[in-house]
Every structure is written in C-alpha cells, then in structure tokens.
Design a protein around this ligand. Structure first.
Ligand code: NAP
Length: 352
C-alpha cells in the first residue's frame, strides 16, 4: 500500500476539474482499506472515498485529507433457490458487472447498463435508470467504518434506499468505506421495458436481456451519457441536477403557473404517496438554457440539458457559477429548487 502526496484529482474524474488530494491511496484489499483509514485516523485527516469519479465535482482547492480509492476486485456467484447472489468487489467496473450478469442470463440490472463508475459506488446514490434501481436488487453491503476500522454487513433495509439516495449519501455520509456489494438477481428473468425510450426502440417485439442492455447503451450514447473515447459531451458528471419530487400541492401550483403563462405542460410521473417527479431537464430548457449553451469554458451538453460539460480547461469555480446561474433562473421562473446530484468535494460554502 503506497500513500502518495499531492495527487491531481481532475484526471480521476469524468468532469475533469479541481485540485489535488493532499494524500491519495489505492487499496486493493480490505486489509489495505483498514490500514489506510488507520493511517489517516492517527494524523486526524479527513478521508474521502473515491469510486470512478463520474459523479463528482472537486473544488479548485482540492481535498486536504486522504482520498482512498478502493480497488477491490472479484465477482463470485451463488445460487439459492430461484435467485442468484452475485458478490462484487467495490472496485469492479459497474457496467462490466452488468455485462457479466446479462451474460449469465440474470435479470434485474440490465437497464442500468452504461452507467459509469464502480460497483462500490452503486449503493451510495442508489443508481437507477429506465425503471430499475440498484437498491431494489441489493441484498447486502459489506463496509468498513472509518472512525473505528470495524467491518460490518449492512442489509438492504439498513441502507435505507430511496430515490438516488441511501444512508451513504445522507445521514451516514462519510461514515463507511464500501468493500463489496451482494446483489440478488433473477435467472432467466424477463428484461424490463417500461420507459418510452426503450418501448419506442423495441416496438412490439420481445427483446432479450442482452438486447435491452445494448439498447440502453445506444440510448445513453445518443444522449452523451455513455463514456466513450473522444465524446466531448461526456466530459461531465452525468446528470448535474436531481429530478425534483413535488407534493401534490406544489405540483398543482406549478401546473397553474404554466397554464396562466401559456407554457407547455411539464412531463411528470407518480413518485409514490401523493408525490410527483418532474423533469429537471425540461425545467432547464424552458428556463432558457438550450442544449449546447456555452458560458466560457463550461456549458450544457449538446445532447442532454441535464449535463454540465467541461468544454476544455475549465475550473470548478466556472462549473459552479453555471450551476448557480441555472438554479437561480429556474427558481425565478418556476419557483422550483434544483439540487445538485454529484458529490461536491472540498467546497467551503454549502451548495444546495
Ligand atoms: P428520461 O428518461 O428523459 O426521464 C426524465 C424523468 O422522467 C426522470 O425523472 C424519469 O424518472 C422520469 N420518467 C420517464 N419515464 C418514466 C416512466 N415511464 N415512469 C416513471 N418515471 C419516468 O431521463 P434521462 O435523463 O434521459 O435519463 C434516462 C434514465 O437514466 C432515467 O431513468 C434517469 O433517471 C437515469 N439516470 C440516472 C442517473 C443516476 O443514477 N445517477 C444519471 C443519469 C440518468 P427516473 O429518474 O426515476 O427514471
């Protein structure tokens, strides 16, 4: 285990902005994770756990503690009754694991194809797409507690998965290093074709798991949401804002406002108990930020209004200035607060 000093973080993120980590370590084994957090504890340094860097904005000042990247590899599987359990090292590439599950003809995560990042990061924001969520197929998470160095197993209920959230990015953010994740998938299960994009792709045909995986990758690529070499619109942190979830009262007020102004109706979907999920991308575009909008070295993806892109040589401050401009314009125009989805690392002020 080698702890390096002053390691630039920008190249370790998909957005490519920000300063260095004061200390950096890649831990290939759980024991190395334990040693590394012990090392930081002795020096009273904060620890930040880095996955694939695809949902992260690092400040220009960087991070004044230890950045720990778990590189734990390995996928094992075990059949139990009608289910198969896959235990996946935190450092495994997420999309490679989805490919593996699909090649084993197991359903449950095929719609999560092409999401960048590691398997260990999947539970943190409960990644989801096209009607599937990692949290609904996670059986348990093996984790190490940073302050004590103790290892424990957290079952899925304990992880408290919600829309793009879990204990790992809310009440217990910064408490755990995820070592491995166990998923329970459905052998020979049918793929999910629930969203319009996929339904339009397949029409009335009955696709296989592998065909749905390929279609999701193609759709993501079309929207600049697939990391492919040379794809300038993918130099982003993915979706920069969460899709707002409104109460019925807030949603009715918004609909009224749009009607009064003669604006088009906003796409909305039921989100459980009298809640309505609305499209952040729609709000951004209707607020006047078209796809391809540029503001110096930062801009909005030409393919998806939800992604802020680094057009080349951008700073974190420039990204955050565009973020604030979009937030305040959407708030002024629609009375809706947009909240950032990526983790914001090393910023002094709070960026809600
Ligand atoms: P989209 O498909 O245009 O959907 C926009 C919004 O409408 C999302 O809030 C989506 O909900 C909702 N929606 C669309 N069809 C729906 C349906 N049939 N039932 C319920 N809700 C529906 O979104 P996009 O930006 O192009 O992204 C495609 C998918 O990738 C979405 O599911 C999105 O959430 C997902 N994605 C996830 C992440 C992440 O996990 N960090 C990052 C980028 C994109 P949902 O958000 O609940 O799907």
């Amino acid at each position: 285990m080698v702890i390096r000093e002053s390691v630039p973080l920008a190249p370790l993120t998909t957005l490519g902005v920000g300063g260095p980590a004061r200390f950096f370590v890649e831990a290939q084994e759980a024991d190395h994770v334990c040693q590394a957090v012990g090392w930081a504890r002795e020096r009273r340094l904060p620890v930040f756990v880095l996955g694939g860097g695809s949902n992260l904005v690092v400040s220009d000042a960087g991070f004044p503690g230890l950045v720990l990247q778990p590189g734990i590899r390995g996928i094992s599987s075990r059949k139990e009754g009608a289910r198969i359990f896959f235990t996946v090292g935190a450092g495994e590439d997420w999309d490679a694991f989805v490919g593996h599950a699909v090649s084993c003809n197991c359903a449950g995560i095929e719609c999560l194809s092409g999401i960048p990042g590691t398997a260990g990061a999947a539970p943190v924001q409960n990644i989801g797409a096209y009607g599937q969520e990692a949290g609904s197929v996670i059986d348990r998470v093996d984790a190490l507690e940073i302050v004590t160095g103790a290892r424990t197993t957290l079952d899925s209920r304990r992880c408290a998965f919600g829309y793009r959230q879990s204990i790992f990015n809310t009440g217990e953010a910064g408490r755990w290093v995820i070592l491995q994740v166990t998923f329970t998938l459905q052998p020979e299960g049918a793929p999910l074709v629930a969203y319009k994009d996929l339904q339009e792709h397949f029409g009335s045909s009955q696709p296989t798991l592998a065909e749905v995986r390929e279609a999701v990758r193609q759709i993501r690529n079309r929207k600049g949401m697939l990391l492919v070499e040379g794809e300038e619109d993918a130099r982003s942190a993915g979706s920069f804002f969460k899709n707002p979830v409104l109460t019925t009262r807030q949603y009715s007020a918004l609909q009224r406002l749009l009607r009064e102004r003669g604006d088009p109706a906003i796409p909305a979907y039921p989100a459980g108990d009298s809640l309505h999920k609305i499209s952040a991308a729609w709000l951004i575009e209707q607020a006047g930020f078209a796809k391809g909008y540029a503001r110096g070295r930062v801009g909005i993806s030409r393919k998806h209004a939800l992604a802020l892109v680094n057009l080349g040589g951008a700073t974190a401050a420039e990204v955050m200035a565009l973020k604030s401009e979009i937030q305040s314009t959407v708030r002024r125009r629609f009375g809706i607060d947009l909240h950032p989805e990526p983790i914001l690392l090393g910023f002094e002020e709070t960026h809600g």
